[in-house]
Design a protein around this ligand. Sequence first.
Ligand code: FDA
Length: 512
Amino acid sequence: SAALADNHEDFIQCLSPSNQTSSNIYTPNNSSFSSVLQKSIQNLRFNTTKTPKPLVIVTPVSEFEVQLVILCAKKTGMHVRVRGGGHDYEGLSYVSEVPLAVVDLINHRKINVNVNDKSAWVEAGSTIGELYYRISEKSKTLGFPAGVCPTVGVGGHFSGGGYGTLLRKYGLSADNIVDARLIDANGRILDRNSMGEDLFWAIRGGGGNTFGLVLAWKVKLVDVPEKVTVFTLNKTLEQNATKLIHKWQYVAPRFPEDLFIRILVNRLNSSDQGGNNKQTLVASFNSIFLGRIDQLLPIMQENFAELGLRREDCIEMSWIESIMYFAGFPGGASPNVLLSRVQLLTRNFKAKSDYVYQPIPEGGLEGIWKLFFEDESQAAQVILSPYGGRMDDISSSSIPFPHRVGNLYKIQYLLYWDEQAEEVADRRHISWIRRLYSYMTPFVSKFPRAAYINYRDLDIGVNNIKGHTSYAQAKVWGIKYFKNNFDRLVHVKTKVDPSNFFRNEQSIPSLT
Ligand code: FDA
């Protein structure tokens, strides 16, 4: 509307009063607007001609400029979203039905690693790949527990928890944050000391774009051995995948915390000996052990001999090489690949998540496979990530992320497809994954049916983005992500951002 358009012009005027053409304010009239917008879009579902576009993108270069964006937005009533790595599953950092300005932190990527006190300051526009790389430049025996895909941004990732292959040993990224610099809704820059422990608690897992704009995180680095061991064993249904997954549920959450074995299940189209197309599933047992092969083999023999792991399946490497191995780069690749912010393969996708407290019976698993075989045109995947170890020791209220003791593992369901912007196809695919989710109901957590905020899923409930959101409405989705921590998050939000300046379709509401 005209009112909204005026609003965004006032916002730009406020940012750049002398009307100088600033090089870091982009509107759709700028020839580079699309490339700046698309640069970090990870889900092609939100890169179509029909996707609502922001009215302005700002890429500030200094903390002062970021502060100015917040102050000007506040003054002119402009709705702002913060974008870090742009990996939000539902595109919330750059898409909304309401007119938006995006503040993209692409120019805030300094990383300062301090080997002596085993810490690092990481600016919030950095990716986890950049963080891993900068740590490895300085030390071969320090690491950080964060996600598998190097292009993920620390801005959103740490705000929602953040986990990867070190989860069972060291917990989440958010468990290892010791300080932060944040711009609050009044435009003030705060650190841990000045923001106080309530707000510092909330930003470590309570979700991005809710309590303020994080400029930088200070993280505690963790010890990793000089050599770790990795392996990936692929098992098809004919090679007893179902029985092996069934057994994995009992052993993987109880392994020593140095051992992490996740499972990725994919459909595989192959031909049999007669040249006929046949379909099977392949379960990849994808693992890292924080130690040597000689230590790993007896553990596997004792706990999971059925998997049949042999010495020749295992590779010893440095921790940073294991990061590249898990990210899918070929052996021998230079760690420089971790600095690239470009995801090699971007597609349309929809994902959902669940937590599992009781092993799923074999028959239950077979029902998933049946759904996998329904439709050849789609690429479905489920990823099972074991919990236990350190995750059992951290209290469920220590940070907002509540999914701790009692969880055997997390499931992520993903569906990828390639058709471009065809609503019919989108609807068909999305309805398939919703059916899978509904099929899983008896096997997963209940009251609430828990979910992981970094696997954002708007199906589980949304705020009223155009108006007031009640506590009860937000609680529908909030309790799934945060369980009993939801109320404390609402309390903090009401205190630090009563006017609900930082908001999105799934941000904690203020009660005022
Ligand atoms: P993006 O910029 O989209 O931000 C996500 C949310 O945080 C938005 O609401 C945004 O406004 C807000 N935000 C961003 N920066 C902020 C800041 N500085 N201050 C305040 N708010 C901010 N997760 C995981 O735990 N383990 C994994 O291995 C993976 N792997 C993975 C692979 C791929 C290909 C994708 C697409 C995603 C994952 N994820 C993941 C999920 C990932 O953790 C999640 O999408 C993060 O929120 C992404 O953070 P970005 O900064 O990249 O996203």
